[in-house]
Design a protein around this ligand. Structure first.
Ligand SMILES: [Zn+2]
Length: 418
């Protein structure tokens, strides 16, 4: 038995049991990836599992007005609550760890604390924030955005999935009343801090730095500003066999060139730019496209760099479009400013976990980032040896996940017992 397992006691077994229960839920056999999209059958199965975990521990179970699940140890109406948790939904063909690790670790950390006989002076809650990935309706962190009031009910009502189903209809079909959604200031006013444990989506902890070697667990410093931009390239549909090259207005060329330009400019800025989604009309092998629509995801360490990078990519797209006889339109679809996690809370976590604990930034968005606009939030990251995430090969070792769980338990004890 390792020292972490000793520290966690029977919560180690609870962790393993919970992990194996969730493992088959929403897994798509052909890819071995997860398709746990908001308000689908797989999501419902995850939500039922969460409710059962709450029940099995005698916790007070609630679903809030926006569909987020809460499991309370202590009085849900009490002041100064410490909240932990994450999300159970996934991107298309996502990995097992992004989200569920934080929820499973939260329940196991509570188990360990109770076994330790901890005496909290504040309520502790475990949450599953709904629709964090935005895989179905295109906007990430819908549950926490609504709760924080940064997404309005009208904006949420206008969301549709790829088959045209409206978000409120999907909620209603899953038994959640969509007329209740909206800002939940009352609930958040009783929360003193939110701490989210998450698998790292990068290799900072695995590679370490000159100052610090590899580490199983780290504390988040900030989330890079990030956003999504839609590039529409309008050309002219025509016959692939009869249209001379010089007579074409082919938006695919403009798109291809823009993808390459984005990559080069991101590298020069030390930032990130990705075209990961594209749609083509009419999408025929023997037809020159009339419209190519590509979505750019871009992130950088600071907002000035991000703005400059996206502007440069847009200029490159327009210049190339002119040469191709194509019209380029750029529409910003979403934007999240830089998030600096609450400094006192971050420092308190780092101090509790030991002086050698790495403090690292991330390029990925999280509910903790959204909520940081209204309450103090912090994050713990668990080492990811390959850095791969949002993919079936996303991985963290069980030993590291248990180390993360033990760290979370220590942090929660510190925060709830004084
Ligand atoms: Zn996540």
């Amino acid at each position: 038995m390792t020292s972490v397992e000793e520290q966690l006691g029977s919560a180690t077994d609870a962790y393993r049991r919970m992990w194996s229960e969730l493992l088959p839920v929403g897994r798509f056999d052909a890819s071995a990836g997860y398709r746990r999209h908001a308000w689908t059958a797989a999501d419902a199965e995850c939500r039922t599992w969460f409710a059962e975990q709450a029940q099995a521990r005698g916790l007070v179970y609630e679903v809030d007005r926006n569909g987020n699940q809460w499991a309370w140890y202590g009085d849900p109406k009490g002041e100064g609550a410490i909240v932990t948790g994450s999300h159970l939904d996934s991107v298309p063909d996502g990995g097992a760890y992004d989200g569920p690790l934080g929820v499973v670790a939260s329940f196991a950390a509570l188990d360990a604390l109770r076994e330790r006989g901890f005496t909290p002076v504040r309520p502790l809650a475990i949450t599953n924030f709904v629709d964090e990935e935005g895989a179905r309706f295109g906007v990430a962190c819908v549950g926490s955005r609504l709760t924080a009031g940064v997404l309005t009910p009208d904006q949420a009502y206008a969301l549709r999935d790829a088959s045209g189903v409206r978000l409120p209809d999907a909620m209603a079909a899953a038994g959640q009343d969509p007329s209740l959604i909206g800002k939940d200031s009352d609930r958040l006013s009783r929360v003193a801090a939110y701490v989210e444990l998450h698998v790292e989506q990068g290799r900072f902890l695995a590679t370490g730095t000159a100052k610090r070697g590899p580490h199983a667990v780290g504390v988040a410093s900030a989330i890079w500003p990030h956003g999504r931009w839609r590039f529409d390239f309008h050309g002219e549909a025509n016959h692939a066999g009869t249209t001379r090259l010089e007579d074409r207005r082919d938006p695919m060329l403009t798109y291809a060139n823009t993808v390459l330009a984005a990559r080069k400019k991101a590298r020069l800025h030390g930032a990130l730019a990705t075209f990961g989604k594209v749609s083509v009309e009419p999408n025929g092998t023997n037809a020159i496209a009339s419209l190519v629509r590509g979505w750019l995801d871009s992130r950088a360490a600071d907002e000035a760099t991000l703005t400059a990078l996206v502007e440069e990519i847009s200029v490159a797209a327009r210049e190339r479009a002119e040469r191709d006889g194509v019209r380029a339109d750029v529409v910003r679809e979403s934007y999240t400013p830089v998030v600096d996690f609450d400094a006192p809370l971050r420092d308190r976590l780092a101090a509790r976990l030991g002086a050698d604990t790495p403090v690292l930034p991330t390029g990925a968005g999280h509910d903790a980032g959204i909520l940081s606009a209204v309450i103090p939030t912090a994050m713990l990251f668990v080492r990811n040896p390959t850095g791969v995430s949002h993919s079936p090969s996303e991985y963290a070792s069980e030993a590291d996940c248990l180390a993360g769980t033990a760290a979370l338990a220590d942090v929660l004890e510190d925060l709830t017992c004084q």
